[in-house]
Design a protein around this ligand. Structure first.
Ligand code: ADP
Length: 501
C-alpha cells in the first residue's frame, strides 16, 4: 500500500475514534496524555538540572584546585614543593604535569589513564551545560572534566592538567532516569484510572439524562430527571431538560384535549344527521312533515358543524402562525358602528344600543377586529334572555392612549370561578344555565379566538360580571400614533397562542 494511503487510513481511524468514542473515554485519554506529557517534561527538566549541577560541581572543584596552585606559585613556592605537600588539589581532582614536549612528569594518581588516552576520547560536542573552557572526555566506564593551565617554574614551562571524574554521578543519574521512567509509567497508569473514575463520576448525570430521555415515551411523559443538588452546568442542563419536558407534556396534553374535544363536538351533529337520514329513508317519501323536519334539522346541524370547523381551522392556523393579520389605520368609531348596525338584524327581541362612540384611529386588521367584536356581541345575545339589553360604548382615553370599548349585557352573567376559564378552548360555563335563556349553546371556541385576535393587537380584555346580573367585557385598544410609520399590510406578528393566555 502506498505510504500516503497508509497515513490517510491512520488519520481516518483516529477521526473515527474521536467522533465515535464516549466523552468519558476521550476525557480519560486526554487527561492521561496531558499528565504523561507533564511527567515526561518534568523528568527531562529534572534530569538535565541534576546533570548540569553535577558538571557545575566538578567544574567548581577544578577551579578551586587551579586557583589554589596558582596562588601558591605566585606566593613564591616552586612546583616541586607544592607537589610534595599535601592537599594541593581538592579530593577527587587529579593533577597531571607535562613538560614542554608533552611528556608526563607527574600524576597524583598513578592508575589514572594517560593523557593520550584521555585526549583520544575527547568529546567533540560536549553537553550544552558543560563549561566551554574545559574539555569533556568519555572513557569506557566514566566521563571526566579536563582543564589545563600553563605555568613557568625555574625557567621551565609546564602544563598542569586537572581532571575530575563524574562516574559516580553518572551512575546516580542513570538510576535516577530509570526511577523517573518508572514513576512516569506509574503516573500514566494512575492518570488513566483516575481519569476514567473522575470522568465517569462527572458524566453520571448525563448518562442518567440519556437513560431517562430513552424511557420517555408519548404515553409516559411524566418522567423527570433528578436535578443534582449542586448548582453547576449539569444541574442547569437537567433543569432545562425537565423544563423542556414540562412544555412538551403541556403541549401534548393540550393537543390531545383539543383533538378529543373537537371529535366530541363533531360527534353530536353527525349522530343527529345520521338519525334524521335514517328517518328520512324510512318515512321521508310518505310523510311530508317528517321530510321537511328532517331536511331542516340536517341543514341546521350541518351549519353548526361548518361553523365549528371554521373555528377549528382558524385556531389551527393561529397555532401554526399561518393566520394572516393585515393591519392598517382604521377609524374605530366607524368599525364599531358598522358591526353594531349589522348585528341589529340578528338580535331578535333583544335591545341592542350603541351609546357613546368616540372617534379614534387604531392600527389593526379590519377582518379579525370585526370578528372579535362580533364574538362578544353574539355571546351577549346568546347569554341574555329575550327582551334583555345589550349596550356598546366606545370611549377615548387619552391618558392611556387607548380606546375603551365596553360590551355590556344584563344576561345570565358569569360566576367568578368560570371567569378565569371562559377563554380556554372548548370551555363552556354550566350549560344548564344557558338553557334558561333558550340558547342552544356554542362550541366554547369563540372567546379563545377573540383572545388570540386581542393578543395580536395588544388589546387587553377585562371582564366585570356577576351571576344573574349580566356581564361587561371591556376591551382596551391602543390608539395609533399619528406619525407612526407602518406597513399597511403587516403579516401576522409571531405569537404563541396559549390556552391560558
Ligand atoms: P360559546 O360558543 O360557548 O359561546 P365562547 O368561548 O364564546 O363559547 O364562550 C365561552 C363561555 O363563556 C360560554 O359557554 C358562556 O358560558 C360564557 N360566556 C361568554 N360570554 C358570555 C356572556 N356575555 N354572558 C354570560 N356568559 C358568557
Amino acid at each position: 500500500m502506498p505510504l500516503k494511503n497508509k497515513h490517510r487510513l491512520k488519520w481516518g481511524r483516529l477521526c473515527r475514534f474521536l467522533t465515535q468514542t464516549k466523552i468519558s473515554t476521550k476525557i480519560t485519554c486526554l487527561y492521561a496524555a496531558i499528565l504523561f506529557v507533564i511527567l515526561i517534561f518534568t523528568s527531562a527538566i529534572m534530569g538535565v538540572g541534576v546533570y548540569a549541577s553535577f558538571y557545575h560541581q566538578a567544574e567548581t572543584e577544578i577551579d578551586i584546585s587551579m586557583e589554589h596552585i596558582q596562588k601558591r606559585l605566585s606566593d613564591g613556592e616552586h612546583l616541586a614543593g607544592i607537589l610534595n605537600s599535601e592537599n594541593f588539589v581538592l579530593p577527587g581532582v587529579i593533577l597531571m604535569v607535562t613538560d614542554i614536549t608533552g611528556q608526563e612528569i607527574y600524576k597524583n594518581d598513578v592508575h589514572y589513564p594517560s593523557l593520550d588516552v584521555i585526549e583520544s576520547h575527547r568529546v567533540e560536542n560536549p553537553p550544552f551545560w558543560a563549561n566551554k573552557s574545559m574539555e569533556v572526555s568519555e572513557l569506557d566506564r566514566f566521563s571526566l572534566y579536563h582543564a589545563t593551565m600553563n605555568i613557568m617554574d625555574n625557567g621551565q614551562i609546564y602544563q598542569l592538567h586537572f581532571f575530575r571524574t563524574i562516574t559516580a554521578e553518572q551512575g546516580f543519574l542513570e538510576h535516577l532516569q530509570r526511577v523517573l521512567f518508572i514513576i512516569t509509567i506509574i503516573g500514566f497508569l494512575i492518570a488513566l484510572l483516575a481519569g476514567y473514575f473522575l470522568s465517569s463520576r462527572i458524566l453520571r448525570p448525563i448518562r442518567i439524562l440519556t437513560q431517562t430521555a430513552r424511557k420517555i415515551e408519548v404515553e409516559r411523559m411524566d418522567r423527570r430527571i433528578e436535578v443534582p443538588p449542586v448548582h453547576d452546568e449539569l444541574s442547569e442542563l437537567a433543569t432545562t431538560f425537565n423544563h423542556m419536558l414540562d412544555l412538551l407534556e403541556a403541549g401534548f396534553q393540550q393537543q390531545q384535549r383539543f383533538v378529543s374535544d373537537a371529535s366530541h363536538e363533531l360527534r353530536t351533529p353527525v349522530t343527529v344527521i345520521l338519525g334524521y337520514s335514517d328517518l328520512l329513508s324510512r318515512w321521508g317519501s310518505s310523510d311530508k312533515k317528517i321530510l321537511e323536519e328532517g331536511i331542516n334539522s340536517i341543514r341546521t346541524e350541518a351549519e353548526d358543524m361548518q361553523q365549528l370547523i371554521e373555528k377549528l381551522l382558524f385556531l389551527a392556523r393561529a397555532d401554526q402562525k399561518r393566520q394572516a393579520v393585515h393591519k392598517e389605520y382604521l377609524e374605530l368609531s366607524e368599525l364599531v358602528e358598522d358591526v353594531v348596525r349589522k348585528m341589529k338584524f340578528a338580535v331578535g327581541r333583544h335591545s341592542l344600543m350603541l351609546g357613546e362612540n368616540d372617534a379614534g384611529c387604531i392600527f389593526a386588521d379590519p377582518v379579525t377586529m370585526r370578528q372579535m367584536l362580533r364574538i362578544f356581541l353574539e355571546n351577549a345575545v346568546k347569554y341574555t334572555p329575550e327582551g334583555g339589553h345589550i349596550t356598546v360604548v366606545s370611549k377615548r382615553n387619552d391618558a392611556k392612549k387607548a380606546m375603551q370599548v365596553e360590551i355590556a349585557d344584563d344576561g345570565i352573567g358569569i360566576s367568578p370561578e368560570d371567569q378565569d376559564k371562559i377563554f380556554d378552548r372548548f370551555y363552556r360555563a354550566d350549560p344548564s344555565r344557558t338553557k334558561d335563556v333558550g340558547s342552544v349553546g356554542g362550541t366554547g371556541l369563540g372567546l379563545s379566538i377573540a383572545r388570540w385576535i386581542a393578543d395580536q393587537h395588544d388589546i387587553t380584555i377585562d371582564l366585570v360580571s356577576s351571576l344573574g346580573e349580566g356581564s361587561t367585557f371591556i376591551l382596551t385598544i391602543p390608539l395609533a400614533e399619528k406619525n407612526e410609520k407602518s406597513d399597511d399590510s403587516i403579516k401576522m406578528r409571531p405569537g404563541i397562542f396559549s390556552l391560558h393566555s
